[in-house]
Design a protein around this ligand. Structure first.
Ligand SMILES: Cc1cc2nc3c(=O)[nH]c(=O)nc-3n(C[C@H](O)[C@H](O)[C@H](O)COP(=O)(O)OP(=O)(O)OC[C@H]3O[C@@H](n4cnc5c(N)ncnc54)[C@H](O)[C@@H]3O)c2cc1C
Length: 479
């Protein structure tokens, strides 16, 4: 590693310290390579670990589940290895000549070069707009989990949990464990649809047993679990418009509301989430080819079986190649590490082939689970078409469903075209919140194939950068 002021160089840079990133870093660190592992998060371990800070001590009844215990072991195992770790460091730009721009914890802009780059940037939550989804008191399920895990805080003593996917049950379980009262868990998919998962039982036993534990706690606590339900509206009546009640209705198999089935829940807190979408912006701005598949969770980074992307010396692992859970991310972290070691000639071709064969067989099972899981929990067309015209879809730019319909009617049928016409997804979040739903609407309303619509473009800065860091960059001659 060379270091000229803030101009750094490493053999391998790993962006993201979730399960895929830490597993890869742990293997690579045994082979005399300079490695940088960076993450915007305060902790190692990505979305899954978000550890309770020590100073909160017994305040929380937090005890890690099986998969989290595996993660904590990975984190422990890399602590004494030769890896440069930067937490609270955000990748904000990817440039030619193997150069990255990173905003550091000290709000400095660093220029970092690499021989090989591994993207392990994971996933974020998927949203489905409804009337009142921007009221105070409406939380994303991920935020509720972060508040519980990282700050030892319950957002409210009593809460309604709704949306789609297994994550609702994980959040419900943790909420109950932390002495919260869940009014109900409302799932968009049908109960019988879950039977499609049964053939996976043998291969994904740990996932099923964990899910069983969550459900047992939820049922034994007397929390009603209802299927084929959707949120119709969140209503707030006070001076600040804070949430007071949530209207929920039954749906048909396409996700459309069955009018007349509406029921009102009185509550000040609603947690809502619809699964995850991959964080592809880094690889996208590096020029890596992307592919769209509902069965993978949306737009993903296209990789071969060695996890190489279409750009030489850039690899991708974990949720960004398809949303498939922690075990898939661990498996891909290993594959990426061995592919990198082979590139640097640190292992023989025979050793590499042996490892690749074993890990690829294992990966096939994770991909089969990913396929089924994403197909089961995708947002059905009826639920998207049901969004009322006056509902805000792009919260940063205040663009409603009606505006989007008009834009598509006027012929703006690509992501780029609609963005230019309406400024949709052009705000602070750069489409990270509304992008996936706008894409689905373009596909449904414009009756088009995903390839014809294209993903929203990603440009630096990939994430908001502080003025401090920009001022520092302006003074830095090496950038
Ligand atoms: C909000 C949320 C909560 C989740 N909770 C659970 C759970 O409780 N149980 C469970 O089984 N699964 C959970 N998952 C799914 C979990 O993420 C996967 O199962 C798996 O752990 C993913 O590992 P990964 O390495 O692919 O990515 P992740 O764990 O998502 O790690 C990716 C890392 O990349 C970092 N990153 C992204 N972009 C940048 C950037 N530009 N600069 C710097 N760093 C960046 C992120 O901060 C993150 O730490 C959750 C997912 C999300 C989105």
């Amino acid at each position: 590693m060379s270091n000229e002021k803030n101009n750094l160089k490493y053999n391998v840079v790993i962006v993201g310290s979730g399960f895929s990133g830490i597993v890869a870093a742990g293997i690579l660190a045994d082979y005399d390579l300079s490695i940088l592992l960076l993450d915007e998060n305060i902790h190692l371990g990505g979305q899954l670990l978000r550890k309770i800070p020590v100073e909160l001590g017994d305040y929380s009844s937090y005890r890690p589940e099986y998969i989290k215990r595996i993660g904590f072991r990975f984190v422990e195992s890399i602590k004494n290895k030769k890896i440069t770790i930067m937490n609270r460091a955000c990748l904000v730009g990817v440039y030619p000549d193997h150069r990255l721009m990173i905003e550091s914890e000290r709000k400095e802009v660093l220029s970092v070069s690499y021989d090989v780059l591994l993207f392990a940037t994971g996933a974020r939550e998927r949203f489905l707009p409804f009337k009142g989804w921007n009221l105070p008191g409406v939380y994303s399920t991920g935020l509720v989990q972060v508040l519980m895990k990282s700050s030892g805080v319950l957002p409210a003593r009593e809460m309604l949990i709704a949306g789609s996917g297994l994550f609702l049950f994980s959040v419900g379980y943790e909420f109950l464990k932390n002495k919260g009262k869940a009014l109900a868990i409302l799932e968009q998919t049908g109960m019988m649809d879950k039977a499609k998962m049964l053939p996976q039982l043998f291969h994904q036993f740990s996932k099923f047993s964990e899910g069983g534990k969550f459900l047992a706690k939820i049922y034994l606590s007397g929390v009603p679990v209802k299927y084929r339900r959707k949120i119709v509206e969140a209503r707030g009546k006070g001076g600040n418009g804070a949430l007071e009640e949530v209207v929920v209705g039954k749906t048909d198999a396409s996700g459309k509301l069955l009018v007349g089935t509406e029921k009102i829940y009185k509550t000040n807190a609603l947690a809502v989430g619809y699964g995850f979408v991959p964080n592809i912006e880094g690889p996208q701005s590096a020029g890596c080819h992307l592919e769209f598949s509902d069965r993978k969770g949306g737009w993903t980074v296209k990789v071969n079986e060695k996890l190489e992307t279409s750009v030489e010396n850039i690899l991708a692992a974990g949720e960004i190649t398809g949303v498939g859970g922690a075990l898939k991310s661990i498996n891909e972290g290993k594959i990426a590490a061995f592919s990198i070691l082979h590139k640097f000639e640190k292992i023989t071709g025979d050793d590499y082939s042996r490892q690749l064969k074993k890990l690829t067989n294992e990966r096939r099972r994770h991909l089969a689970f990913m396929d089924l899981f994403n197909s089961l929990y995708r947002i059905p067309p009826g639920a998207l078409l049901d969004i009322p015209d006056d509902t805000v879809v792009c919260r940063c730019e205040d663009i409603t469903m009606g505006d989007i319909k008009k834009g598509i009617d006027m012929g703006f049928t690509t992501s780029r075209g609609l963005k230019t016409a309406l400024r949709v997804s052009m705000g602070n979040c750069q489409g990270r919140t509304c992008g996936p739903v706008v894409f689905d609407l373009l596909s449904l309303l414009g009756k088009q194939e995903p390839g014809a619509i294209g993903p929203f473009h990603a440009r630096p800065p990939l994430k908001p950068v502080s003025i401090d860091a920009l001022a520092h960059a302006a003074r830095a001659p090496y950038l």
